[in-house]
Every structure is written in C-alpha cells, then in structure tokens.
Design a protein around this ligand. Structure first.
Ligand code: NIG
Ligand code: FE
Length: 423
C-alpha cells in the first residue's frame, strides 16, 4: 500500500473539528493550525496528523519502528499544507463559449436580456445538444485539469444545458464518467430547471411538468444525481414553480439546492429554508428575513463572488450572513456565461476584497463548509485521521499569501486520494 509522510510543514491547516457540522460565526476563522506539522497518508486515507513528534509516535504504533523504510517522505520545506479545495457549485459540463456576450454586456445589455433574446443559457444549450458525449467529455475533462492545477480536488457539477431528457442524461453521463476517470471527484446535481427551453417558451408550466413527472424520476431511478437545483429568478422559474421542482426532487431522494435571489430578492432563500435545502446559492440580493431563515434552519449559503464580479453586480452580504450565524461556503460557479473561471484562489481574493471575509474565513468556506454544502463534510474538507487524503501544498509560508497575492497560482503540489497529481 502507498504510504507517504509529508514533514517540515510550516503551517498545517487542519480545519479539524467541523466534520459533523459546518463552521459558523467565529469558528469560521479557526483553521486548526499546527506549526511545524506533519501528515501521514496510507493508501487513500490520512493516517495521522499533528506535530512531527505526534505523528511519529502514532505511526510507530501502527507501522512499527523503522518508519522511513515504510513510507515515502516528502519535505514541505516550511510551506503551507491545507485540504484540497472543494467547489460546491459548477456548471462543468457544457459545449462552446460565449466570449461575444462580454462585449454585449459592456455595451449595456444585461445578462437576463441576453437570455430573453435566445442567447445566454439557451445558446449554450444549442451547442451542448449538438455536441457528442465524447466531445463534452473532452471539454469538461480539460476544465477539471485546470481546477486541479488551482488546488480543487472535488467539484459539484450541474446538468441544465440539455433541457430535454436525452441531453440532460448525456450531461449526467459525462459527469459520472469524469468522476470515474479523472482524479477530481465529481458530485452530480440535476438541474433540468435551469431555464425554460425554447420549445416550451409559450407553455413554461408544461416544461415544469416534464421536469417533475418525467425527468426527476428517471434521474433518481438511474442514480445519476444526489441533488436537484432550480434557477428561481424573475422571468425564469417562479417561486411556485421552483417549489414544485424541488419538492419533486425531495420525494425522489434528491436533496434540494437553489439558485436564489441572484438578480432580485424573490424569496428564494426563504423557500430553501422551508424545504430544508442543503444550500442556497448566489444570494446577491437576499433579504434580511432570508438571512435569518438560513441561519435558523442551517441552510448553507454558497456564495459566488466570481459571478458578481463578472456580471458587474453587487456582491453578496457575506458579513451580514456570518454575523447572523449562517454557514458560508464559496464556489466558482464555473460556467460559460456568468463566471468563466476554474480559479478558486481568485474566488478567495474576491471574497476578501469585495465581501470582506477574512483570509481564514475564506479558507474555511472553500474547504470544510464547501464539503458540507455537497454532503461530504464527513469525508473531505479537513485534514483529520480517517478522512480522504486530498491536500494541497502552497508555495507560501503563510496561508494569507493565497489572498494577499492575486492573479498568480501559488498551488505547488496537489495530492488526491494519497497520490501526487500536480507537481
Ligand atoms: O449560476 N444563474 C444561472 N445559471 C448560471 C449561469 C449559467 C450560464 O450563464 O450559462 C449561474 O450563474
Ligand atoms: Fe450556477
């Protein structure tokens, strides 16, 4: 079995102690730092974490005396080691690009106007329907390569560019194949209710019926997704339509997620709270009441500052949420229209500089809380004995270098399930 010991770690960010439930309030700043730390890995799992002395002691018990014969040793050279980042909200699988929309928006068109004119998500749907499964796989796989280079070891991936069963299924198959073949783990969400497809423009409720009565049961039946998401937004899906979709998902064992209160305060956060959703995402315009309801019900707020930046929209009120006791996670929202990036470090920069999260809060939000936002807090997001050995070495002596620098990649080495995958 593969055994690896990483020693001489300047700052070891364990994020320990939150595997049961996400971090809120002041615990968001607690990175569980061990100075001069050491991590031992056995197979795909973390065998021991602590100071060098503690880890040697623990391993002597497990492996016997002559440790260096029994494990490969990596010298971290005083650098930072942290959990592999988790991206809990991406639209990973799609075909084509929409660079021309950037110019349209710079000339004054809004994101929703472009969508209503048949562009935006609808343009990507046309391209995604035309693409073969192999072509989609190739494009999404190279995006995953990029995620890995930026220190992300698990991503959630939504369907929602098929908008009919044949093509939604194709997207979900691609996500599954990527999970099986690519080093990055992929967790699937069904988002047939991303927008109303052009063929149902005049009868949107009929499309909701199809999502509810035909697509969701098949997704559940085939075990293709764990979560169900909906774009609850003015002129997209109403609160009532969103409720129907998410309740149907729940009946079939798909946990609700929601694109909520992005362009308008629609009550999406409140709906997430009523339904016991695992997360409510975006929340750029969430109401005070919405924030209170998220805190009361433990729904995780997945914030996507890349989208606010790229759509030139106001940023989410992360500080108000943290102060109200909401568990906050961060994500890229990687997609071809509103956030074409795979850079979690850039998201951490934006979280600090535009949402005033501290560097430590941003790291908790991109690791353990992000893991909880996809139901994986027990397995990933922190460095603790028994958890999956997904970790990142930063080319930095202090974790705040990640937010202090911008536009450069400080990820030095990535280890996924105990194996070095980026060096
Ligand atoms: O999360 N808001 C809706 N969906 C995506 C954008 C998808 C696209 O523009 O292709 C989002 O921002
Ligand atoms: Fe999204």
């Amino acid at each position: 079995m593969n055994r690896l010991m990483i020693r001489n770690i300047g700052q070891l960010l364990t994020l320990r102690g939150a595997s049961g439930r996400p971090k809120t309030g002041s615990s968001l700043s607690d990175l569980g730092i061990i100075e001069n730390g050491c991590v031992a890995i056995e197979g795909e799992t973390i065998a021991a974490v602590g100071t060098e002395q503690e880890v040697w002691h623990r391993l002597c018990q497990r492996w016997g005396e002559r440790l260096s014969d029994k494990a490969d040793v990596m010298d971290a050279g005083g650098r930072v080691v942290m959990p592999g980042m988790v991206d809990p909200h991406t639209h990973l699988v799609f075909a084509g690009t929409r660079e021309y929309e950037l110019e349209m928006r710079l000339q004054g068109a809004t994101y929703l106007e472009i969508l209503q004119a048949g562009g935006g998500i609808l343009a990507t749907t046309r391209k995604t329907r035309q693409a073969t499964e192999e072509e989609l796989l190739r494009q999404a796989s190279s995006r995953l390569d990029r995620f890995l280079q930026y220190g992300v070891t698990t991503v959630e991936a939504k369907s929602g560019y098929g908008l009919d069963w044949k093509h939604e299924w194709k997207q979900l198959r691609v996500a599954r194949r990527l999970h099986e073949t690519h080093p990055v783990d992929v967790v699937s969400t069904f988002m047939g209710a991303h927008v109303v497809p052009e063929e149902y423009r005049n009868d949107p409720d009929r499309y909701v019926d199809i999502v509810v009565d035909e697509m969701i049961p098949q997704v559940a039946d085939k075990g293709l997704a764990e979560f169900c998401d909906v774009f609850c937004e003015k002129d997209v899906f109403s609160l009532e339509q969103s409720r129907r979709v998410l309740e149907a998902g729940k009946r079939h064992g798909l946990m609700p997620k929601i694109h909520a209160d992005e362009m308008e305060a629609m009550g999406g956060a409140e709906l997430a709270a009523d339904l016991g959703a695992i997360s409510a995402d975006h929340l750029l315009r969430v109401s005070d009441r919405g924030i209170c309801r998220l805190a009361e019900t433990g729904v995780i707020a997945v914030l996507l500052p890349g989208t606010a930046f790229y759509l030139m929209a106001p940023f989410a009120r992360a500080r108000d949420m943290i102060e109200a006791g909401v568990a906050v996670a961060l994500s890229t929202d990687c997609n071809p229209g509103s956030s074409p990036t795979m850079s979690m470090p850039m998201i951490l920069n934006l979280a600090c500089l535009h949402m005033r999260m501290t560097p430590a809060e941003a790291i908790s939000a991109a690791t353990i809380n992000a893991a909880h936002a996809i139901g994986r807090g027990w397995q990933i997001g922190s460095l603790e004995e028994g958890k999956q050995a997904d970790l990142v070495l930063l080319d930095a002596p202090h974790y705040a270098f990640l937010q202090y620098h911008f536009g450069i990649n400080l990820i030095d080495t990535v280890i996924k399930k105990g194996r070095v995958v980026v060096k």
